[in-house]
Write a protein that binds this ligand. Sequence first.
Ligand SMILES: Cc1cc2nc3c(=O)[nH]c(=O)nc-3n(C[C@H](O)[C@H](O)[C@H](O)COP(=O)(O)OP(=O)(O)OC[C@H]3O[C@@H](n4cnc5c(N)ncnc54)[C@H](O)[C@@H]3O)c2cc1C
Length: 482
Amino acid sequence: MSSFDYDVIVCGVGTAGQTAAAFAAKRGARVLAVDIASGIGGNTGRSTGQMSAAGTRLQKERDIHDTPDLHYDDIMRISHGTADATMVRLAVDNAADTMHWLIDNELELLPEMPVIFKGHEPYQIARTYWGPDRGGKPLQKVLGTQFMKAVESGGVTLMLETEVEDLVQEADGRVGGVVLKAKDGEQKTVSAPNVLLSMGGFASNSDLFPKYSNGYPLFKGGPSFSSHPHANGRGHELGEQAGGYVRYQDYFLPTFGRVKDPADPSYVSFVTRVTTVSLQGPRPLWEIFVNWEGKRFVSEDSDSPDEKELGLKTIPDLTFWAIYDQRAREESICIFTDMTHEEADPLFNSHESFKQADTLENLAAAMGVNEAGLAETVGRYNGFVEQGKDDDFGRSHLPAPISKGPYYGIKHHGLSITSFAGLAVNENLELIREDGSAIPGLYGAGECLGLGATSGKAFCGGMALMPAMTFGRLLGDKIWQW
Ligand SMILES: Cc1cc2nc3c(=O)[nH]c(=O)nc-3n(C[C@H](O)[C@H](O)[C@H](O)COP(=O)(O)OP(=O)(O)OC[C@H]3O[C@@H](n4cnc5c(N)ncnc54)[C@H](O)[C@@H]3O)c2cc1C
């Protein structure tokens, strides 16, 4: 009989934690699953549920030839070779089995799946899958059902509203338990030979975000498009305290171009259609985008999300202004997602992100953008319109000069809903120290490892959820011993 209280302690019952616990319990482990929230699921149900997997039954049924090697190559192409080779191999080689497990457990998918999704830099092969109702909910239905079955069968003990406060570490570095704190403040220490950090990322923690993102600030999404409030990086900190280290801080990438919400400026949302392709369909851009110096920084109508995200990263505060004139207002497809120009008018010069002026100089002053820089940029851009060629960024849609007042500026920011930096692990998903040695007993999965591990310095579609579940499955099904 083991002297440990449990065989496995799962710290955080989100995408990775639910999967790991369900598989470990199926193999007979005594699992303790702890979450600070009042319910299970973490970000799973909040997400858009996009997963990528190669070599699946669904692909074969549609004569789509795909293999883990091709998936691997595509991730390395999109991430410019920056994704972690070991982590990506582990994820893509085992993704199809995870997908089949989900399908066998009645995952609901949209009938056209898999597809090539273009919201992120697209894969070359249709290997992205998601379900109805924004995708995350049907996925959580499967994970939640499997997890709760394990709870009901007695394999998993679930403790909600309980914080993982600390790790218990022996003098030799081995982790053998955790310190828990209940809602009423009561502390408890429990032991296990396997402890999983599956506490997600730090995309809800504005204070910690710059530390793990090379100084870049956090612009959060609104209630319907943001990380849950407990994504505060505690798992990262606990891993570091145990001797592990956080990598990929420099991989940070924002999602391009959101505006402070007109109703609640504490978060940014999809107010404008500056991403060329949006849910409402394509929109040829008439605006130019400028930084605080009044300089353009990217081809505004580039089809490459990656190019735009990397362009935005050249601006330290991830903030830019979209500039247009009266002619664009009259002749282009409306820039707003769900307002007319007339409905948006009251926002101008009353909301910090919406400025209007009769001259470009006055617009620059109102925005706080360098006046001379903006004048020079607009003059240069108008010259490109006249010659039909953008010598600076290769923009192809050059419909009209920006020359007819009044002029408009809308402030945009880079949104973050995920965390690129994460704890370093080896191929057994054990946390490692900077010298490469493993910290026995301590494992990581999901966003604790950082999106950078499986997606590199880019957004590779479906490479957060699928690896989180796959790594959880591998730990529960094979890796852990007790
Ligand atoms: C809006 C949105 C859309 C997304 N869309 C996609 C997508 O389409 N495809 C994709 O691949 N990825 C997507 N993602 C990312 C993906 O959802 C996450 O990376 C993934 O869900 C993270 O799983 P996880 O298990 O690491 O953490 P989570 O699911 O975040 O779970 C972590 C759990 O740990 C708990 N916890 C935190 N701290 C403590 C503590 N101290 N003590 C106890 N418990 C704690 C939390 O309460 C939470 O339940 C999206 C994310 C968001 C926010």
